[in-house]
Write a protein that binds this ligand. Structure first.
Ligand SMILES: Nc1ncnc2c1ncn2[C@@H]1O[C@H](COP(=O)(O)OP(=O)(O)OP(=O)(O)O)[C@@H](O)[C@H]1O
Ligand SMILES: [Mg+2]
Length: 376
């Protein structure tokens, strides 16, 4: 136990050397570069194998299709210039690689890619996240650490700070958004698009608004992938500053599908303080790292319980997730305590972040840090 009178509950880490955010800044700068057809080089998938070393060396490949050959040199120069202009970048090595234009995949009306059997119009097939500035996945190596709770409260905190915010419940088998946000019923359709639900200022979408939970339980991997893709692509997200995606426990099809969408701006890893959390944090961090998704940072959840006289009781040991983050070279964003009222509030669909509760300040502080890291 330690005495921490009047200290803010959310324990922020100051003065960190954030290496990953350099990668995020470079990605952001690169996404200002447009291909001849108007799509930016990041979200259209042209930027491959992007890495940013702590010493400022940046590398990437620019994959250019056959019919863009003539513009290749200009595009590569523009991309190098954009990356080189980012604060903290010391050198940029980039190569252009050509591939022959691949035939478009057939448009399915059902099957794995379209489990909801939506009728498609050409404009629905376009990237529905085109107007979403930042997409953040909240993940953990292990289940039950409070991912969904943290993700939902974080979304509410972003919305309260004035950001246009969406929440995508990526847990196809165990959706929790309907409970956490206190919304039920079936999502409406308009112009062949699924309309998100509005709750606590957040645009929320979950498989729970589309099918009966038992139906999704029978789905296999490819169906999960298809369902997630649809939740990203066929939902009328509209213009958003930030979309928070809650992910299922562990690292599986859903994570790979999100990574393959090439739309993730970064990942936030949630962990509990136990010693064994190191292995869990490592699993989460490594999956995203291997696939070049920047790690925004690690959040330690349920770190301590505050006693009525203001003492912190570190029930599960102190600083486990912070040590794990340090060992992996990932930024540590801070720690959240056990809030005795949280479970009840969550079950009632009233996120504490929406309330006049100390937790709201903690989630606001966390949202601010994450916002700063992704430059929003
Ligand atoms: N900081 C906290 N204080 C108190 N209770 C918490 C806190 N964070 C989460 N909880 C509670 O812990 C339980 C698990 O949380 P949650 O469902 O968010 O975890 P999860 O990681 O999303 O789980 P899963 O891996 O099953 O998706 C819930 O009952 C939630 O209310
Ligand atoms: Mg969850």
């Amino acid at each position: 136990m330690a005495r921490n009178a009047r200290a803010p509950l959310f324990q922020e880490k100051q003065g960190l050397k954030l290496t990953e955010p350099l990668l995020i800044r470079v990605r952001n700068a690169l996404s200002a570069v447009k291909r001849p057809d108007g799509r930016d080089i990041v979200t259209s998938g042209a930027v491959q194998a992007l890495t940013a070393e702590p010493d400022g060396r940046v590398r990437f490949a620019l994959e250019i299709s056959g019919d863009e050959q003539r513009a290749a040199e200009t595009l590569l120069a523009a991309a190098k210039q954009a990356a080189g202009g980012v604060d903290g970048v010391a050198s940029v090595s980039a190569v252009a690689t050509a591939h022959s234009a691949s035939p478009k995949p057939p448009q399915s009306r059902g099957g794995h890619d379209n489990p909801f059997g939506l009728k498609r119009t050409p404009e629905v097939q376009a990237d529905a996240l085109g107007d979403v500035k930042a997409v953040i996945a909240v993940a953990s190596g292990k289940g039950g650490v409070g991912k969904s709770t943290v993700a939902a409260n974080l979304a509410v905190a972003f919305a309260r700070a004035g950001h246009r915010t969406g929440f995508l419940d990526g847990d196809i088998y165990g959706p929790s958004a309907p409970t956490l946000f206190g919304v039920s019923g079936k999502a409406a359709m308009a112009d062949s698009k699924i309309q998100p639900m509005d709750a606590h200022g957040v645009s929320v979408m979950s498989i729970g608004f589309l099918v009966d939970p038992e139906q999704a339980l029978a789905w296999r991997g490819p169906m999960v992938t298809g369902a997630l893709r649809q939740l990203m692509r066929d939902v009328a997200w509209g213009p958003l500053d930030v979309l928070i995606i809650d992910t299922p426990p562990g690292t599986g099809d859903a994570h790979l599908s999100l990574i393959q969408s090439k739309r993730l701006s970064g990942a936030v890893i949630v962990s509990t303080p136990q010693e064994m959390a190191l292995a869990d944090v490592r699993r989460g961090v490594e999956l995203f790292r291997k696939t070049n998704v920047p790690i925004i940072g690690v959040v330690e959840n349920m770190a301590w319980l505050e006693t009525p006289d203001g003492e912190r009781n570190y029930l599960f040991g102190e600083g486990g997730a912070e040590k794990a983050a340090a060992a992996l070279g990932a930024p540590f964003l801070g720690a959240l305590p056990l809030y005795p009222d949280l479970r009840v509030a969550s079950d009632a669909g009233e996120p504490l972040a929406a309330d006049d509760h100390p937790a709201a300040d903690d989630f606001a502080a966390l949202a601010k840090k994450i916002g700063a890291a992704i430059g929003s």
